[in-house]
Design a protein around this ligand. Sequence first.
Ligand SMILES: Nc1ncnc2c1ncn2[C@@H]1O[C@H](COP(=O)(O)OP(=O)(O)OP(=O)(O)O)[C@@H](O)[C@H]1O
Ligand SMILES: Nc1ncnc2c1ncn2[C@@H]1O[C@H](COP(=O)(O)OP(=O)(O)OP(=O)(O)O)[C@@H](O)[C@H]1O
Ligand SMILES: [Mg+2]
Ligand SMILES: [Mg+2]
Lengths: 260, 260
Amino acid sequence: RAQVVAVAAQKGGVGKTTTTVNLACALALTQGQRVLVIDIDPQGHVASSLRESVRIAGTSLSDILLAHSPRDLMEAVRDSEIEGLSLTPPDKALNETDTRLSTRVGREYILQGALRTARTLFDTIIIDCPPNLGNLTLNALVAADHVLVPCDMSILAFEGVADLLGTVAIVNDRLRHPLSVLGILRTRVDGRTQQINEAIGGALDENYRHLILDTAIPVNSALAQAQAAGRSIFQYAPQSRGAAAYKALAAELAGRLAAP
Amino acid sequence: RAQVVAVAAQKGGVGKTTTTVNLACALALTQGQRVLVIDIDPQGHVASSLRESVRIAGTSLSDILLAHSPRDLMEAVRDSEIEGLSLTPPDKALNETDTRLSTRVGREYILQGALRTARTLFDTIIIDCPPNLGNLTLNALVAADHVLVPCDMSILAFEGVADLLGTVAIVNDRLRHPLSVLGILRTRVDGRTQQINEAIGGALDENYRHLILDTAIPVNSALAQAQAAGRSIFQYAPQSRGAAAYKALAAELAGRLAAP
Ligand SMILES: Nc1ncnc2c1ncn2[C@@H]1O[C@H](COP(=O)(O)OP(=O)(O)OP(=O)(O)O)[C@@H](O)[C@H]1O
Ligand SMILES: Nc1ncnc2c1ncn2[C@@H]1O[C@H](COP(=O)(O)OP(=O)(O)OP(=O)(O)O)[C@@H](O)[C@H]1O
Ligand SMILES: [Mg+2]
Ligand SMILES: [Mg+2]
């Protein structure tokens, strides 16, 4: 049975998509896993980041979420050209879907119900979330076993962690769904700005010491260039610091995800 | 009568809040304007960025937007300690407000109606938008005369410009609201990564040549440090490249905003 991980942060631009794509590829390529990536962000940036290896599908995530009787997520899933990696297509209609979900009974549980088959077919399922705490992110959190929270070295991203953890607490308490925090991932750590790294790193340590992952992702222009080239970091620059960091992250998490 | 500018981009982390705060301060401090900043992003990062100069108010933006009979935005406005600058308080309840607006008749026009008095009291009104195209951003676009679109030097931010301009076209055509594009602002231009600057700068030039503003904002760690210190760049590091860039932006835009 697959472990489901939602990659979420209300703060924009902290590295949710970069982490989703490169962690998924690292789990598939270096840990030998079968990985499914679900892109529940209307921006559809997972497919842009891997456009060299992805074919656009017919059925969209919106078709599954808005169906009047339950549908199976697998109808929207397509294999990629990366060994062991499958994903859902980009879906700009998710903007309207978010609004339309507001009036559905049990709106938070729709994705969770659609994942039954997918959970038997993959080792890990990773969900890339939009930068907000609306119905789409809510569906991802309720469908997930764990949440991974990227946080870059900025005061605004640090403040955003508390908002997200507040939403996680609501999912646990009010919706009685056991969602664990897999960890806070420090991203875009820039060796040239030690002052702000120490300030934000220190604040994270003081408030969330037990949640901070050992692996931190350095600022590495190869990651942005790989995205522009439509490839994972492992295809674009396998020897880069970005590739090494995401490989280390996959190793750090694989053990925790495998545990029953 | 004030000119209203929405600062919007679906892509997260491109510099919407950094631009809103520092452009507003530059217009107040270097162009002698009376400026109102409206924070319609649930993250409430305008107040965090200026926390050394801001007092939290009683009435929130959600109180205004959800009122059953029209209320005046000025009930939520407070002066800051920065000469010529006023703003609305941070409002995390805007997350739920966004959902609750979905079922209101004419949901897109609520902020526009609440601005009548404010338009007579200020020279420029700037609205900081969340990283999505939901009801809050829609309200900001319909209330605005112009939209300013920050875009950093990344393929994902470049792709996001088309999504936003698509929404602007819907506001113009379907809602018959004359909204002009004040310009696309290149942000976080990093002198060390010329290759990607030329790629993204070139793509912007090819697709949106007439919309690209002359002023570009360089990557400047003083901007992030100023935010961490709760001050505008003009209070924190007035001689920095970031301060010079936002001063130049204010000069470039002041002329266009003043024109009847
Ligand atoms: N470690 C890194 N080094 C250099 N650039 C990075 C790194 N991580 C992310 N980036 C760049 O930063 C930008 C933001 O990253 P990304 O789009 O993954 O964030 P996000 O949280 O998914 O954004 P959104 O909130 O819009 O969904 C992108 O241009 C990406 O290429
Ligand atoms: N020119 C710049 N140089 C250096 N850092 C910058 C610059 N502009 C913005 N930043 C930093 O980049 C991060 C993103 O900026 P900001 O929060 O203003 O973007 P945003 O578009 O408002 O994000 P969101 O989508 O979450 O609302 C912040 O940490 C900010 O300090
Ligand atoms: Mg993303
Ligand atoms: Mg912002």
